[in-house]
Design a protein around this ligand. Structure first.
Ligand SMILES: Cc1cc2nc3c(=O)[nH]c(=O)nc-3n(C[C@H](O)[C@H](O)[C@H](O)COP(=O)(O)OP(=O)(O)OC[C@H]3O[C@@H](n4cnc5c(N)ncnc54)[C@H](O)[C@@H]3O)c2cc1C
Length: 397
């Protein structure tokens, strides 16, 4: 049976990024890798269309398919005080999953072999792993590969001391009159009613003066029901933004675990986890797309250098430790989340905050930022976490 060099399970953001990056790799002494890419047919296992936002310095590899980009961002405090800043050389970019998928799939190199099949089992081995899958017609398929990267969502987040959910619903709205400034995206509008523990905020991505994606987001333990999201969005668009007479042309919704649990990316001799399932999500923000890009680049480097291509967790340890403190401070209700984020953006250069959230900041900058946040609740929580670390580690849910 043919043995692929690489087999990727799942053609979402992580799977497609790895296929796209890996296709051009040069394996030591062997040329380009033969890559199999497995994704189920349209149905329950396939994620719904979504938009991914991320920021980067200058031009980037997905610029040709962006839906929008902004070079000004704002954050609005609960009081209504607005911090609006030019972010150059950083740009905030929006990519629709549909456009990204089409772009990557239509440009796949001949050494990438897509296959519509639902993976049912992965068998590890010494020299290769075997992937079992079923095709849409019910027939079974068995494929072998030297390295298998599995990006299927985990059934549950890993065991953790603190897990919050970033959960949100967004409406694509169209207004009858000019209502938005297409030059500025609103990263956090904290004028929403705040939960007892955690934080809530509005998020506004204007696509023209009359079109925008408006979201209501919470970092809390429990998701809302449909009526809860719709009520929150009606309140935000009506009372806070003062929008009248708009139509909702589409909507999107999601839940992203924000956890201090440890993700394992190596799950066998030949099998690895990738993407959100492989710890690519930054725990304090839920942003994952940039982490996925760094993870895929590191895997391809390892393949080219002939090393075992274990996907790294694409966040620094100290950032994960800081995020763990923040998550716990929010979850205990000790930290006023809206005040925390408002202060963070008001007292620091927005570019520094964004660099920090993307893992690019220097430690000294981070210390300077740290002292602009409420020190007491963060210090108490850091101490509490240090004490908790002496207890046995948490067990998987
Ligand atoms: C609505 C929404 C909006 C988001 N917005 C942002 C954002 O703006 N910025 C950001 O950085 N992050 C965002 N995220 C978080 C993160 O970027 C996304 O969840 C992203 O899609 C994760 O990519 P992934 O490839 O790891 O997982 P997924 O995109 O979920 O891909 C998993 C793949 O596995 C496949 N699969 C599932 N079961 C099987 C099976 N049995 N066999 C084979 N394949 C299988 C699926 O078809 C899918 O293609 C958002 C998340 C959601 C839900």
């Amino acid at each position: 049976m043919r043995v692929f060099d690489v087999l990727i399970v799942g053609a979402g953001a992580a799977g497609l990024t790895l296929a796209h990056t890996g296709a051009g790799a040069a394996l030591p002494g062997a040329g380009a890798p033969e890559i199999a890419l497995l994704d189920p047919p349209v149905g329950a296992a396939r994620p719904k269309d979504r938009t991914w936002c991320f920021w980067e310095h200058g031009a980037g590899r997905w610029d040709a398919v962006l839906a929008a980009r902004w070079d000004r961002l704002s954050v609005v405090a609960p009081s209504g005080a607005r911090q609006e800043r030019a972010t150059g050389p950083l740009s905030y970019k929006m990519l629709r999953s549909r456009d990204f998928t089409e772009h990557v799939r239509t440009g796949l190199a001949p050494n990438v072999h897509p296959c519509t099949a639902t993976v049912t089992a992965i068998e590890d081995g010494t020299d290769h792993a075997t992937v079992h899958a079923s095709r849409p017609d019910g027939s079974e398929v068995r494929l072998r590969a030297r390295w298998v990267f599995d990006s299927r969502p985990l059934p549950a987040p890993p065991a953790a001391r603190t897990t919050l959910l970033q959960h949100f619903r967004g409406w694509f709205v169209r207004t009858g009159e000019d209502a938005f400034d297409p030059g500025t995206a609103v990263l956090m509008d904290l004028r929403t009613p705040q939960p007892r523990a955690g934080v809530s905020f509005g998020y506004l991505l204007p696509l023209s003066s009359r079109d925008a994606l408006v979201e209501y987001t919470e970092f809390t333990r429990e998701v809302l029901d449909d009526a809860g999201y719709d009520a929150a969005l009606r309140r935000y668009t009506g009372r806070v933004l003062g929008l009248e007479g708009f139509t909702v042309t589409a909507s999107e919704q999601g839940v992203i675990p924000m956890t201090d649990g440890r993700f394992r990316t190596r799950v066998g001799r030949r099998v690895f986890r990738l993407g959100a399932a492989g710890g690519a999500t930054r725990p304090s923000t839920g942003y994952t797309f940039s982490g996925i890009q760094r993870q895929a680049a590191a895997v391809v480097r390892a393949l080219e250098e002939g090393r075992t291509p274990v996907p790294p967790i694409p966040h620094r340890r100290r950032h994960l430790a800081m995020d763990a403190v923040l998550l716990r401070a929010l979850d205990t209700g000790r930290l006023d989340g809206a005040d925390f984020f408002a202060r963070l953006f008001a007292r620091n250069d927005m570019r520094d905050v964004l660099d920090f959230l993307d893992g690019r900041s220097a430690f000294t900058r981070e210390l300077a930022m740290g002292v602009t946040t409420p020190i007491a609740p963060m210090a108490v929580t850091a101490l509490e976490r240090a004490l908790l670390a002496m207890r046995p580690p948490p067990r998987a849910p």
